[in-house]
Design a protein around this ligand. Sequence first.
Ligand code: ADP
Ligand code: MG
Length: 261
Amino acid sequence: MTTLTQQEDVILRVENIHKSYGNVEVLKGVSFSVRKGETKVFIGPSGTGKSTLLRCINQLTIPDKGQIWLHGEEVTHSKKNINFFRQKMGMVFQNFYLFDHLTALRNVEIALIKVKGMKKDAARDKAMEELARVGMDSFAQHYPSQLSGGQAQRVSIARALAMDPDVMLFDEPTSALDPELIGEVLEVMKDLARGGMTMLVVTHEMGFACSVANEIMFMEEGTILESGSPEKLLNAPQYERTRQFLRKLTDLYGELGKVNG
Ligand code: ADP
Ligand code: MG
């Protein structure tokens, strides 16, 4: 019975994903599944395929092989318009990708109007609601150039949330931020996780991982080398490569689990 319930709860299933660029195999068969409300954190050395994996999930990059299922519906090789799935998987990038010539409010409402076909007033209300959710409603009329990196990132989170996604994908959302701005973005993400949002997060902010991740996946050279609860992965990693990588993180960020925790 437990197994059945668990399977029913699975919102996203990634099966045997492969991706090569030229002769270089960047993803070598990645599989995992995510249940509703779970937060999974991906860590691992640079160039190991973490961004490629997230991009394959929402089909910004088309995998060579393997399948992705959202709510039991296949995303890969689907006859549906890819925008259907993209709306259901909100993506947040390291560099925000806001439109510079649009206010924060317009950045959030534009997809509601153009993609979802919402009426202007309804889109505005919804966009304001999402800006409030990330603590940015009082900056609605500001342009990206008038925002700090942390504020801009919160607007880009609001923009993704506005589409009412089933899953949020974050690719190193705080890596481009000055240290003093990281906390405000992580707080928003923690609130989302605690509020039941399903999230996949590439980050080396281990304080965040320890406080909200159900599972940490250590990626290396295109595979998930090992995964487990934060406690298990950080305290008792199985592989020497994982231990080495965690040691590097400790050197960079201090004692793991205590950063921005
Ligand atoms: P990570 O996010 O873990 O740092 P990436 O997924 O960005 O790793 O990259 C994995 C590897 O794939 C790197 O060697 C990178 O240079 C290569 N790569 C990523 N995107 C492309 C692309 N569009 N064309 C060619 N090579 C790419
Ligand atoms: Mg990356």
